[in-house]
Design a protein around this ligand. Structure first.
Ligand code: ZN
Length: 44
């Protein structure tokens, strides 16, 4: 799921699965699709 966070008047879209932040909503959605399907290797 992608959540929106506003910081310094900029809306960020955060992937809840791995915590990655995007300034572009479409980028976030696109990432989320892949993130859900595969287990990301970049989880901290
Ligand atoms: Zn993710």
């Amino acid at each position: 799921m992608v959540t929106q966070v506003e910081r310094d008047n900029v809306t960020w879209h955060t992937c809840e699965t791995c915590g990655l932040m995007f300034d572009d909503k479409d980028d976030a959605k696109e990432h989320e699709k892949r993130c859900d399907e595969e287990s990301p290797s970049y989880i901290q």
